[in-house]
Write a protein that binds this ligand. Sequence first.
Ligand code: GLC
Ligand code: CA
Length: 531
Amino acid sequence: MLCAKYRDFLRWNIYQIYPRSFMDSNGDGIGDLNGITSKLDYLKELGINAVWLCPCYKSPNDDNGYDIADYRDIMDEFGTMADMERLIAELHKRDIRLIMDLVPNHTSTLHPWFQESRKGKDNPYSDYYYWFDEIPNNWQSAFRGSAYEYDDVRKQYYLHSFAIRQADLNWDNPAVVKAMQDVVDFWIDKGVDGFRIDVIDMISKDLRSDYNGFGPRLHEYIRALFGREKAAHLFTVGESGVQDIDEMIRHCAAERKELSTLFLFDPLECGRSDKFTPKADSLKTLRDALVRWQRETAAQDLLHSLFTDNHDQPPIISRIADDGERRYESATDLAAMLYLLKGVPFIYQGQEIGMTAAHYDSIACFDDLETKNVYREFRRSMTEEEALAKINFGSRDNARHPMAWNGGDNGGFTAGSPWIALHSRYREINVEKDRSAERSVFRFYQALLKLRREQPAFLDGELEVISAPEDAYFVFTRTLGDEKWAVICNFEREQTITLPFACGAPALSNLGRTEASGSYRPYECAVARVR
Ligand code: GLC
Ligand code: CA
């Protein structure tokens, strides 16, 4: 059985906000904290009760805030600390928790720690980063090119696992561990309820290894952050390359006092053979990945994070479902498949209205640093058209275009000119239009989250998978005491689904079904109580 703390987290319905693209309050074209505050009633109506904010700390924005120049201050474009305090108060007033993004692996090279560190070996910050006279291994930056950069001031190389201006902190220096504990405490004192921790596996490294993460002291460092009394109440979700259950146990078993859960990346592999290359996949691939983790986490009393979308990935609806004619059915079917399983739901902004990948027609429309590097690399061997098709498929900007609130100019996101173009279909896919449509993704999400709130079987209930592996649909039940619910999600083809038990009329369905068994249209789904 899950421990009491984790059982409570099952009630958290988390909404991820990419602040730059959520809502602009002052017409400079960039989303900001006051913009978020102005939309809290919208989130409340949706039924969420926790928000994860992507980084909003002071930053020169080489990597949109994942390059932090001051962990204790707010990015100028996003507002002030007073705005942040007001946001926290307004969230809490509505019983919405706040999860901040913590980026402990690296800082911007503009961070004062780096500026001091580069001055030389006698500086008190000298060992805050990795410095070398000679490049020690062939690690590559995740954003392309060598992971080492020569610094003219210090006359040595430093390590950057990501952008050149994102220098890796040296956690083997106890002062770094202490400094990051202080950052966590600073935000606990501001009232935050949890953290999403960026590339957590990288904070311990073994320079002789092929991979720049999963070093020998990883667990010691995670515990230094979160194993302390002061942090015991936090919800923590780590971004990590963990692939198997044994690693997950080492990070997330309750008694280890490390993390509450991890993002498990299998869903992100659906529908592509690599980040920029599509692969025709059935929803089966997603179902099987989810089922595997459901079984393994349940057997080990671990918390499964239910997510398919975030700010680094093109929306799953565009990868393995139908984001054209059957966009509504796909969006709602995917939601039923995912969020009625056992775990903590994460909804990425726009997912609740069935937002799709962006589809820009020129490289000039893209902003992301990784995208630009990759495009340059592709162009060495591809035509412009081919390279553009690849990035239109895989670019992180597919998830970073502004939220479309209505079909007016710039989707109601800004009164000015947006920092990145809106989605090419925003006049068709936007909040106002979706909410007033006969078939509304938003309203389906609302009803689904309400079911989760009102039916304990969807929280703690046991999962039984009814569909066979070869079936092109997903049927499962959730059972708690005498309460049993069935969730039926059809995949791409129309077919008859006959259930081995009798059900009441569906309490939720995307195409207005009145019977749980019978012929299902493509991407049709239903949720019904088992009699
Ligand atoms: C994580 C973030 C990503 C960022 C990278 C470096 O993967 O999700 O957006 O670029 O870490 O901080
Ligand atoms: Ca703004």
